[in-house]
Design a protein around this ligand. Structure first.
Ligand code: BG6
Length: 481
């Protein structure tokens, strides 16, 4: 039987993610009465904080509570505890065990918002202090390793203490509303599924564009780059959801079984294909929304081979997607923040409207993730009027906003935290998915190394190196800019 956690024990509680996302999310869940009765939050970090100082930190991170939530803040703060833990000191885990016991917590959910180098020490520390019993579970933020070998080693280290059923790997893109909506769109409508294959679809595009640069994350980002930071996790999760077969049910095993099949079907790249099927880029100084911005090397204070942009042409080698390219692109310092999935359908097999004014355009489904959530389907329609010399046509958009119902926009972490607390792993990533994704990403990295592929420059505020447009243009297609 599923047992809900009765507490969130957060490692990395003084860190950036906890401050910006996790505390506001837990507080929102608390205000809506969604947390189990008597739920507690135990913060843990290296800093020695008093409970009061921790409460002040959380208050600051919550900021102005949402309308109607103001009166909940004091009650929420009473649910907070803090225990400093240096992961190399077993006695600190013993003190944590005492805090947990004294607070009456019996089924903690441990959440690791720490660098991955601490995943091993934390799980081992928990085990040693007898905190990792069968009614506990653990959530981990990315990155799960930096290649296949390191991700396997991490999964094994954590797996030695928590069996896979109790391990929740977070990919915050799976908490985004439209990403979940993608499944309902595909499997809740009769319209799309018969066309969702190589017969009707010409190509798929996935863009995750960011206008921001390094945002002070220099030490993490440099040496990692866009391929490992964004493609290995978020973009491949999106690709898997677009490409997967219908799962037998909306449950963690069924959904994840289908996703991993897609990831394992990705065609590896090698030194021969990587030149035509990938583009690496790094931004130089430019302007975004009229504001001058520095180049990557200036932000870093040194030259670096790390890519801040990547465009890829991927293939899913299975029956459904035979010959359908999946174009992926992501980058920092692009003109705007925009994430979307484009399904480009094939043209009609034969046009009966020969000699008409206004060309017949193939249908296109655009699933927008951010900044606005929605779905747009381009259709051909007739231009009203007395058309002479052939039917006058025009493209029209069927536009559906997906915001509906909810009065405020949720943080993706609200959904993920609640699912974690309630033991629902459907929107979390299984070890075999992570490893399959790394296998493909490693093939690209290895090919880049073998071919000595440099990151081409692009001006901040542009859509990446010209080669990215060239890559897709060779297939007589274009990015949805
Ligand atoms: C993170 C990456 O996983 O996702 C960041 O490490 C990136 O580099 C971020 O900026 C993007 O997330 P979102 O939700 O802002 O699109």
């Amino acid at each position: 039987m599923t047992e809900f956690s009765d507490a969130l024990v957060l490692f990395g509680a003084t860190g950036d993610l906890a401050q910006r996302m996790l505390f506001p999310s837990v507080f929102n869940l608390f205000c809506e009465g969604r947390l189990p009765k008597g739920f507690r939050v135990v913060g843990s970090g290296r800093s020695d904080l008093s409970r009061e100082a921790f409460q002040a930190l959380v208050t600051q991170s919550i900021g102005e509570p949402a309308a109607g939530c103001e009166s909940n803040l004091q009650a929420f703060l009473q649910r907070l505890h803090y225990c400093a833990v240096a992961t190399d000191r077993p006695e600190d885990f013993d003190r944590l065990a005492t805090v947990i016991r004294d607070a009456g917590i019996t089924r903690p959910g441990f959440y690791l918002s720490t660098p991955p180098s601490l995943f091993g020490p934390v799980t081992q520390g928990l085990a040693r202090a007898r905190l990792a019993g069968p009614s506990t579970r653990i959530a981990m933020e990315k990155p799960i390793g930096h290649d296949l070998a390191s991700s396997r080693a991490l999964n094994q280290t954590v797996g030695a203490v928590f069996d896979e059923r109790r391990v929740f790997r977070v990919d915050h893109y799976l908490g985004k509303e439209t990403v979940q909506n993608l499944l309902v769109l595909r499997f809740g409508n009769v319209l799309f599924e018969p066309l969702w294959n190589a017969t009707a679809i010409e190509h798929v595009q996935i863009t995750v564009a960011e206008a921001v640069g390094l945002e002070g994350r220099v030490s993490y980002y440099d040496g990692v780059g866009a391929l490992r930071d964004m493609v290995q996790n978020h973009m491949l999760q999106l690709l898997a959801l677009v490409a997967m077969e219908p799962p037998s049910s909306y449950t963690a095993p069924a959904v994840r079984d289908e996703k991993v099949k897609v990831l394992r079907s990705l065609r590896p790249m090698d030194a021969a294909t990587v030149a035509a099927h990938s583009v690496r880029g790094q931004y130089t100084a430019g302007a975004i929304a009229g504001q001058a911005v520095d180049g990557y090397a200036q932000e870093l204070g040194a030259g670096s081979p790390t890519e801040t942009f990547v465009a890829l042409k991927a293939h899913v080698d299975n029956w459904r997607w035979k010959g359908v390219p999946f174009y992926l692109r992501t980058g920092k310092r692009l003109p705007e923040r925009r994430s979307e999935i484009v399904i480009q359908f094939r043209p009609v097999p034969h046009s009966i409207f020969a000699g008409t004014s206004g060309a017949l355009e193939a249908n296109r489904l655009v699933i927008r993730l951010q900044p606005q959530e929605g779905v747009g389907l381009s259709l051909m329609a007739r231009r009203p009027g007395l058309d002479r010399g052939g039917v006058a046509m025009r493209g029209v958009d069927l536009d559906v906003s997906l915001a509906g119902g909810e009065t405020r926009r949720r943080i993706a972490y609200e959904r993920l935290l609640l699912d974690f607390i309630e033991d629902d792993a459907t929107l979390f990533v299984r070890a075999d998915e992570v490893e399959a994704a790394w296998t493909w990403v490693d093939s690209i990295h290895d090919a880049w190394s073998a071919a000595g592929t440099p990151a081409k420059s692009y001006t901040a505020g542009s859509w990446g190196p010209a080669a990215a447009a060239g890559m897709i243009a060779r297939d007589e297609a274009s990015w949805n800019d």
